[in-house]
Design a protein around this ligand. Structure first.
Ligand SMILES: *Cc1c(COP(=O)(O)O)cnc(C)c1O
Length: 388
């Protein structure tokens, strides 16, 4: 099977080292970057930031978009405007990228790690409900933890590898407990539940444009919301809480310099122009892998019914840790990059002191999932003449 996999990867991606996911710059990237430099507006004020926010708004169907310096920064600000503060507890999943937990901890809140569903790899509604029924109570509309006495001020589900989680169920449970939901949609630009784009279910959602994501701004992120006042707060907090004035420096909160620079947004504008085309190609690649692994009798992770994935990172599930390790070693030695999923948050040294609920599904996935080649292959995008 391993030899056949390597051969298939070579057929798709050719010779040389094959990364998991590489960015593609085959549109107006260089042109927009040069225009940006020529304009002198390279920093956190500029038309490209506004244009980029508009294209994200339009693409996701979110009313408001606030471009920020990274996905992690976006999560931190989204949590803060949703009301998370020092000493609170924030519910999230044990199987996620460390940025989710970092953002919670940077606000002085304590993450509570819950299990995921095997099929969606996202937060398990039944684990969430079980935790709340066992540990939480509501007082004047506010959920708190009966054991620790802390407020439970938010829940952050994450859409793993672009596959949407059971967000509708999560929101239903959280709304009964008065807990705001912030979607860590970092990996899921181009993913839908029904016809609705991820990021629109919670009170706020956050996408990342790091170099390995579906599209990149070099580094960057965006906060989306359909709530005007949350959007205004997020914008204010990411721009040093400066009160608008032609020349006076007046600030009214301890805030952040988290605005996305115009240079990064210029790159983002060019990337957005080819997003649909890239998503269609990634869908084809995922179908090729799905068929390949079906013949091999190996599970290829598909979206749960009713959902559409952006196919950010393709993932397969092997039988056990040993089989996984052999696969990962052999493929990497052959120059075809593959990777295990993140170590569980509760197993990381700086997060081990936080509460973690029983997590059999997260553990099962953590020892068996492997991410495989997911890039847009060379020459599959329609060639356009660059203006540079
Ligand atoms: C990429 C990512 C983030 C944010 O990452 P940045 O590198 O800060 O943009 C957050 N959560 C998840 C799950 C991610 O994959």
């Amino acid at each position: 099977m391993i030899e056949a996999f390597i051969a298939k990867a070579r057929e798709l991606y050719g010779e040389g080292f094959i990364p998991l996911h590489r960015p593609v710059f085959e549109g107006n990237e260089k042109r927009y970057l040069c225009e940006c430099i020529d304009s002198n507006f390279v920093s956190s004020v500029g038309q490209r930031v506004v244009d980029f926010e508009m294209s994200i708004s339009e693409f996701t169907g979110s009313k408001y978009a606030v471009a920020v310096a990274s996905g992690t920064a976006g999560l931190q600000v989204a949590l803060r405007v949703a009301g998370v503060s020092v000493g609170d507890e924030v519910l999230t999943q044990d199987l996620t990228f460390v940025a989710t937990a970092n953002a919670i901890c940077h606000l002085g809140a304590a993450p509570v790690f819950l299990d995921v569903d095997i099929d969606s790899m996202g937060l398990s509604p039944s684990a969430l409900l079980k935790f709340l029924e066992e540990h939480a109570a509501i007082e004047s509309g506010q959920a708190y933890n009966k054991t620790t006495g802390a407020r439970i001020s938010a829940c952050v589900p994450m859409h793993t590898f672009g596959n949407p989680g059971r967000i509708v169920e999560v929101i239903k449970i959280c709304s009964e407990w008065g807990i705001p939901v912030i979607e860590d949609a970092a990996e899921s630009l181009g993913s839908y539940i029904g016809d609705t784009h991820t990021g629109n279910f919670g009170c706020l959602g956050v996408f990342s444009f790091n170099g390995n994501k579906v599209i990149t701004t070099g580094g960057g992120g965006v906060i989306v919301t359909n709530d005007e006042s949350l959007a205004a707060s997020a914008r204010h907090l990411t721009t040093t809480a400066k009160v608008a004035h032609p020349y006076e420096f007046s600030h009214d909160e301890i805030a952040y310099n988290f605005r996305m620079p115009n240079l990064n947004a210029a790159l983002g504008c060019a990337q957005m122009e080819r997003l649909e085309e890239q998503l269609a190609i990634k869908q084809k690649v995922a179908e090729i892998w799905y068929e390949f692994f079906q013949v091999q009798g190996i599970e290829f992770m598909r979206p749960i019914p009713g959902c559409t994935t952006n196919n950010w990172l393709n993932a397969i599930r092997l039988n056990d840790r040993n089989e996984r390790d052999i696969f990962i070693q052999a493929t990497n030695e052959a120059g075809v990059m593959t990777r295990p999923v993140w170590q569980l948050m509760s197993s990381l040294p700086m997060l081990a002191r936080f509460h973690c609920e029983p997590n059999p599904n997260a553990q099962a996935l953590a020892s068996t999932i492997v991410n495989i080649s997911s890039s847009v292959p060379d020459g599959w995008l329609k060639h356009v003449e660059s203006n540079i």
